[in-house]
Design a protein around this ligand. Structure first.
Ligand SMILES: [Zn+2]
Length: 275
């Protein structure tokens, strides 16, 4: 599932190709993409409009359109974009420069939603906390979110209202960087640990963006190039391999039903205020 770094990579590649372009023809091929709204109605709303900006909020892509509408795209499990024809196309945007942008989605969990621009911020704010790479994502903000929850630390961090855009991969990578155990009760962290978690979330996401995201199974960036973050994972998917920091064998467990990788030595289950 694409997380913040993957969606940001897609945004950065789509923006120069889409901004200023008119959608001369919009074809939506899968009714699941726009439900509960009719796919023909949505296509008609988009057709002929011009893309002003391609933005990202959490894991959402937001296409701002000239006539005052916005298209919110969530890629979910397997949504992706490409400028060359491919299998599993669920929508096609023809642009006024002659290019053809296809939206592909093998598992069909992705969503396209058209909103009036005034409704965009309320809609996204209800589902997403502050942006983790923005100025409002402070240690105090993370502390206030964690203090309210007794659930496992990782489960709380995966809540999009706590850390917008963070998913299973970067949560594991961030917790390894922070030397925090994913199963710790969120409200059990001492201030020093909260500060480490805050810093580690930013570092893990920035590392992902720098490497153009990770390429796993069905994800690929619009230009067809593959991200390289998967080669840089410190713990994610690496059970049985040595921890890059201490050499201890990386363990795998489950948190909230999600596969979770951690170093049992660097990330102990008890508070480690003395480190
Ligand atoms: Zn270790």
């Amino acid at each position: 599932m694409p997380e913040l770094p993957e969606v940001e990579t897609i945004r950065a590649q789509l923006a120069p190709r889409l901004e200023g372009r008119t959608l001369t023809r919009v074809e939506i091929l899968d009714p699941r993409l726009t439900r509960p709204y009719d796919l023909f109605e949505v296509a008609e709303e988009l057709e002929g409009d011009r893309v002003e900006a391609v933005e990202r909020r959490g894991k959402y892509l937001v296409l701002r359109l000239q006539r005052g509408l916005a298209l919110l795209i969530h890629l979910r499990m397997t949504g992706s974009f490409g400028f060359t024809p491919a299998t599993h196309e669920r929508a096609v945007l023809d642009l006024d420069d002659g290019s053809r942008l296809a939206y592909r989605d093998v598992r069909r969990f992705g969503t396209w939603l058209v909103l009036e621009s005034a409704d965009v911020e309320p809609y996204l704010s209800a589902k997403n906390g502050v942006e983790p790479l923005g100025a409002r994502f402070t240690v105090a903000w993370v502390a206030s979110r964690l203090a309210a929850r007794r659930a496992p630390l990782k489960a709380v961090l995966l809540d999009q209202r706590v850390v917008a855009g963070l998913g299973n991969i970067y949560a594991d990578e961030a917790l390894w960087r922070a030397r925090a155990n994913p199963l710790r009760a969120a409200n059990d962290l001492v201030p020093e640990e909260v500060a480490r978690v805050h810093r580690a979330i930013r570092a893990a996401l920035r590392a992902g963006i720098e490497r153009q995201g990770s390429t796993l199974r069905d994800y690929a960036a619009p230009d067809g190039a593959e991200g390289s973050m998967q080669d840089e994972f410190r713990v994610y998917g690496r059970d049985g391999e040595p921890c890059p920091r201490c050499g201890t064998t990386i363990s795998k467990t489950r948190v909230g039903g999600r596969g979770t990788w951690f170093c049992p030595r660097c990330q102990p289950l008890t508070a480690d205020v003395l480190r």
